[in-house]
Design a binder for this molecule. Structure first.
Ligand code: ATP
Ligand code: MG
Length: 266
């Protein structure tokens, strides 16, 4: 379904700020795979997702979706078949617009983005149904400005908006890291539900080992711009934090295990 082949990316080449961010990342996902990505700070997790989304051109390597090389496509063309949710609850939705207006815009993605026709009564009914999935009572607050919602409510809404058009691939970059543990757990539960119900192929970056283990059917660990561990099937199902720690130490060295990963805050 997704294949990334030997991606390389160096930022600020030839300057004192030169940074090799991707150093030969390869990964193949099957249709419906839910793969978590874990790794220390600067391991290249976000850069991998950005390379897939086409934020900038990579130096070498290629990205295939359903066998088609999308490496030459600009970001806005890839956005049509990708869903993305980032760490910051403030991005992904427009604060000064109502919940229903935000959803309407997301649904018109790929078309002329205008609300010239307003949101129709039928649409509001449809949105109400969709919002019920989140189980946050937002279905009764369609006219509420998104800026008034909590961070968790906003992330859940962003997730819903990113998946409404059933993207070929869902990219989640620490989308619960800015939330308190209870809210994070709820948004992760919703993530599982949406991914399962829509059979979405998903890549989810997290620094929380527990979350990386508990979610998805596959787990990769990155270090220094490479994939250093790849766990799937039964091995993934039976994985424990202690296993993951020793794998990490073995593959990347203990000094790359960050406090965030150990403490298991969000
Ligand atoms: N746009 C950019 N310009 C310059 N350097 C960048 C850019 N994006 C990423 N980098 C660098 O590339 C390396 C990999 O960064 P990346 O954001 O992928 O790490 P990460 O694994 O997501 O880490 P974190 O857990 O901190 O989010 C880092 O050294 C980072 O500073
Ligand atoms: Mg990151």
């Amino acid at each position: 379904m997704l294949e990334i082949r030997d991606l390389h990316k160096t930022f600020n080449k030839g300057t004192i700020n030169e940074k090799v961010a991707l150093n030969g990342v390869s990964l193949k996902l099957e249709e419906g795979d839910f793969c978590t990505i874990i790794g220390g700070n600067g391991a290249g997790k976000s850069t991998t997702l950005n390379a897939i989304a086409g934020v900038w051109p990579v130096d070498s390597g290629a990205v295939f979706i359903d066998g088609k090389d999308i490496s030459g496509l600009p970001e806005h063309k890839r956005a049509v078949f990708l869903g993305r949710v980032f760490q910051d609850p403030m991005t992904g939705t427009a604060a000064d617009m109502q919940i229903d207006e935000n959803i309407a815009l997301a649904l018109r993605r790929g078309k002329l983005r205008t609300l010239r026709w307003g949101v129709t009564k039928e649409e509001r009914e449809e949105f109400r149904e969709k919002l019920k999935v989140l189980d946050l009572g937002l279905e009764d607050r369609l006219s509420t400005k998104v800026g008034l919602l909590s961070g968790g409510q906003r992330q859940a809404l962003t997730l819903l908006m990113a998946t409404m058009k059933k993207p070929k691939l869902l990219l989640l970059d620490e989308h619960t890291a800015a939330l308190d543990p209870k809210t994070a757990a709820k948004v992760l539960e919703t993530t599982d539900k949406i991914v399962r119900e829509n059979k979405l192929t998903t890549l989810m970056v997290t620094h929380n080992m527990r979350h990386a283990i508990d979610h998805g059917n596959r787990l990769i660990m990155m270090s220094k711009g490479r994939v250093v561990v790849d766990v799937k099937g039964e091995q993934k199902k039976n994985l424990k934090v202690s296993d993951l720690l020793s794998m990490f130490e073995h593959a990347a060295g203990a000094d790359e295990i960050s406090d965030r990963m150990m403490l298991g805050d969000n």
